[in-house]
Design a protein around this ligand. Structure first.
Ligand SMILES: O=C([C@H](O)CO)[C@H](O)[C@H](O)COP(=O)(O)O
Length: 432
C-alpha cells in the first residue's frame, strides 16, 4: 500500500503568493496541490491553470459545486484540474452529471461531506453514484465552534471502499491521527499555508503522517475541554488579534495598565460599586477563584476602590488580574508586586467600605458590557471582552488572525517586501 497522500489547500486570495507557497509546500513533501475555494473565487479558473502549469503535479480544484455539476467540472478539468471537489450535499443528479463530465475530460471527482447531516449514509450513496474520493471535512467556520473531522472519520472509512480524505483544522498531530484512523489523503490548509516557514510546516506533517502509517499507530482520542482549549489559545494571541477576530471590536475605553508588559486571561467576576466604596471590590476577591479576573465598574473615579492590600490578597488566591473602571492607589507597590491591574485613574486617597453595589451582575466597564463568566483578555494594547457564548469560536478565529500575520511578518522580514505589496492592497480597495 502506498504511503498516505499529503494535499495542501491553497486557501489564499492572491495568486502570486499561492504559486510561491505551493512551491515551498512541495519542497516540504506535499504530494497534491489543491486550488482552494477562496483562490478560485478571487482568481477564477486562471488559478487552476497557473498552479498546474507551475508544478505539473496532481492538482485539485475545490469548486464546492452544488449545482450544474457538468459545467463546473468541465471548466475546472479543461483548466488543468485532475480532481474536482464537489459538495456531497448536492442532488444526486448534480453528482452524476459531475462524474459524467469528469470521465469525459479524464478527471476524477472528490465529494466533500461538509454539512452533510448523516455523513456515513451519504458516503455510501456517493460511492454507489461513482465518486472517486470521499472527503470528511469540517469547514473553517465549523472548526471555530469546536467540530473536528476525527469525530466521524473512522465510521466513514469503515463504510466505503474508495479512498477517504480528511480535512478541517489539521496540524501534524491530528493529521497523523487521521492516517491512523484510515484516511488515505490528508488535506492541510491554514497550518501549512499560513505558517511562517511553509516548507518546515509541510515537512512536519509529512513526517508525522508517514510515521503513523508505518507504525500502524493507535490513536489517543483525548480531547481537552473547550474551556481548557480556550484559555490555552487566548494565552497565545494578542488583544489586536482578538479585536480583528471580532470584526475590529473596540477595547474598553480609557482603561490603562498600571503595570506594563503583563497579560491577563480569565473569566470575569464582575463588581458594580460606588465611587470609592471598596467593600464589594474586596469581597469579590473571596468570590473569585484561581484563573478569574475581577472586573469593577465604579460610579466615579475620585477615590480609590483598590490598592496594595487587595492586590496581595488576589495574588494569594491565584486571581489573574483586576480591571477597574474607576480609581486605584498604591500604584508604586502594585508595580513592585508586578501584578496586572488596569484602571482609569491613579489617586492617593481611598474611599470608605460602605457596601453599596453587587457582585456578579451585568455591568458596563470602559463602555463595554461584561457579564459574569465572559472572557477578559488584557495586555498593553487594552482590555478586550469576549462574550462567554462565543469564547471558543473567537479564540480560534483570533489564532487564525495570528497565523495569517505570522506569514506576512515572515515575508516582510525575510523577503524585504512591504505590507501593501504582500496583501495587494490597491487591488482590494472597495470599488466606488
Ligand atoms: O475547504 C476548505 C475550507 O472550506 C475553505 O475553503 C479548506 O481548504 C479546508 O478546510 C482545509 O483547510 P484548513 O481547515 O485550514 O486546514
Amino acid at each position: 500500500m502506498d504511503r498516505p497522500v499529503l494535499q495542501v489547500a491553497l486557501d489564499l486570495v492572491e495568486l502570486k503568493r499561492a504559486v510561491e507557497i505551493a512551491g515551498e509546500a512541495l519542497e516540504g513533501g506535499v504530494d497534491w496541490l489543491e486550488v482552494g475555494t477562496p483562490l478560485i473565487k478571487s482568481e477564477g479558473m486562471n488559478a487552476v491553470r497557473e498552479i498546474k502549469k507551475a508544478y505539473g503535479v496532481k492538482t485539485l480544484a475545490d469548486m464546492k459545486t452544488i449545482d450544474t455539476g457538468s459545467v463546473e467540472v468541465e471548466m475546472a478539468a479543461k483548466s488543468g484540474a485532475d480532481v474536482i471537489i464537489i459538495l456531497g450535499l448536492s442532488d444526486d443528479s448534480t453528482i452524476q452529471e459531475a462524474i459524467r463530465a469528469a470521465r469525459k475530460y479524464g478527471a476524477e471527482v472528490m465529494a466533500d461531506l461538509i454539512n452533510v447531516p448523516d455523513p456515513v449514509e451519504r458516503a455510501k450513496e456517493l460511492e454507489e453514484l461513482g465518486v472517486d474520493y470521499i472527503n470528511v471535512h469540517v469547514g473553517i467556520d465549523q472548526q471555530m465552534k469546536g467540530m473536528d473531522p476525527l469525530d466521524v472519520l473512522s465510521k466513514v472509512v469503515e463504510a466505503v471502499s474508495i479512498p477517504v480524505a480528511a480535512a478541517g483544522g489539521l496540524d501534524a498531530e491530528k493529521a497523523a491521527s487521521c492516517v491512523a484512523l484510515g484516511a488515505r489523503i490528508v488535506i492541510v490548509g491554514s497550518n501549512i499555508v499560513k505558517s511562517r516557514n511553509v516548507t518546515e510546516s509541510a515537512r512536519r506533517v509529512r513526517e508525522a503522517i508517514d510515521e503513523a502509517w508505518k507504525e500502524g499507530r493507535k490513536v489517543e482520542m483525548r480531547r481537552r475541554s473547550l474551556e481548557e482549549e480556550t484559555r490555552e489559545i487566548l494565552l497565545k494571541v494578542s488583544t489586536p488579534n482578538i479585536s480583528d477576530a471580532m470584526h475590529r471590536a473596540r477595547a474598553m475605553r480609557d482603561i490603562y495598565p498600571i503595570v506594563r508588559g503583563k497579560k491577563v486571561v480569565g473569566k470575569a467576576v464582575t463588581v458594580s460599586t460606588m465611587d470609592g466604596d471598596w467593600a464589594k471590590t474586596v469581597e469579590a476577591i473571596d468570590v473569585a477563584g484561581k484563573g478569574d479576573v475581577i472586573v469593577i465598574k465604579c460610579s466615579g473615579d475620585t477615590a480609590a476602590v483598590w490598592g496594595e492590600l487587595a492586590t496581595r490578597s488576589c495574588i494569594n488566591k491565584g486571581i489573574e488580574g483586576v480591571i477597574i473602571d474607576g480609581a486605584v492607589r498604591d500604584v508604586d507597590d502594585i508595580r513592585e508586586l508586578g501584578y496586572p491591574v488596569f484602571a482609569k485613574r491613579e489617586v492617593p486617597n481611598a474611599g470608605e467600605p460602605k457596601g453599596f453595589g453587587e457582585i456578579n451582575v451585568k455591568i458596563e466597564c470602559g463602555g463595554i458590557e461584561v457579564k459574569p463568566g465572559d472572557w477578559i483578555v488584557a495586555d498593553d494594547n487594552g482590555v478586550m471582552v469576549i462574550p462567554k457564548e462565543r469564547a471558543y469560536e473567537i479564540a480560534r478565529r483570533a489564532l487564525e488572525v495570528k497565523k495569517h500575520e505570522e506569514r506576512i511578518r515572515g515575508e516582510i522580514e525575510d523577503k524585504g517586501r512591504t505590507l501593501a505589496e504582500i496583501v495587494e492592497l490597491y487591488k482590494w480597495e472597495k470599488v466606488q
